[in-house]
Design a protein around this ligand. Structure first.
Ligand SMILES: [Ca+2]
Ligand SMILES: [Ca+2]
Length: 176
């Protein structure tokens, strides 16, 4: 099991913890709750070595949601999604949350074409070009410039362009 904690002074602790986890479960967990790696309240994903946090209330519009991410952690923003693995992992985390509480069926990610119609860019300046649009999306033109993941029609974990002024749940991310 390899877990990329970038803080050198805690690296040895994680190596030991990782070995213990492997010995305990004889399997590589897809994600690891690593308190010293991600700030409390955030969860980590091994593949990206990043930290994530879903926020369900209060619901916020896209701009306000991104500000709230930064307020919770200085380098955080609405989340980028850079691979199918990451998209699937986060979608399943979302489904688990919805089973345990009153969560929407959709949430903001940090992807928008506010600057120029049709030119979608990530809030954290990620250059990865992975996309997971629902069939026929984006479809809102200048009326819908912000990306969300929804779990209703057109496929679990697929993306839709939405009106940025809509208040809804959101997903924050940072990479330590
Ligand atoms: Ca648009
Ligand atoms: Ca749309």
């Amino acid at each position: 099991m390899v877990f990329s904690c970038h803080s050198e002074d805690t690296m040895k602790v994680y190596i030991v913890l990782s070995l213990l986890l492997v010995m305990a479960f004889h399997t590589a967990s897809p994600y690891v709750h690593c308190p010293k790696f991600c700030r409390e309240g955030w969860f980590s994903f091994r593949d990206t070595a990043s930290c994530y946090r879903f926020v369900g209330s209060p619901k916020r519009n896209y701009r306000s949601a991104n500000q709230q991410c930064r307020a919770m952690y200085p380098t955080a923003s609405l989340a980028s999604i850079t691979s199918a693995n990451e998209n699937d992992f986060l979608t399943h985390m979302w489904i688990s949350l919805r089973r345990s509480g009153d969560w929407d069926d959709k949430f903001w990610i940090g992807y928008d074409d506010i600057g120029r119609e049709g030119r979608w860019t990530w809030k954290d300046n990620s250059k990865r070009i992975y996309t997971r649009w629902s069939p026929g999306r984006p479809n809102g033109g200048r009326g819908e410039n912000c990306g969300e993941i929804w779990n209703q029609q057109n496929g679990l974990g697929n993306w839709n362009d939405e009106d940025c002024n809509r208040s809804q749940a959101f997903l924050c991310k940072y990479t330590p």
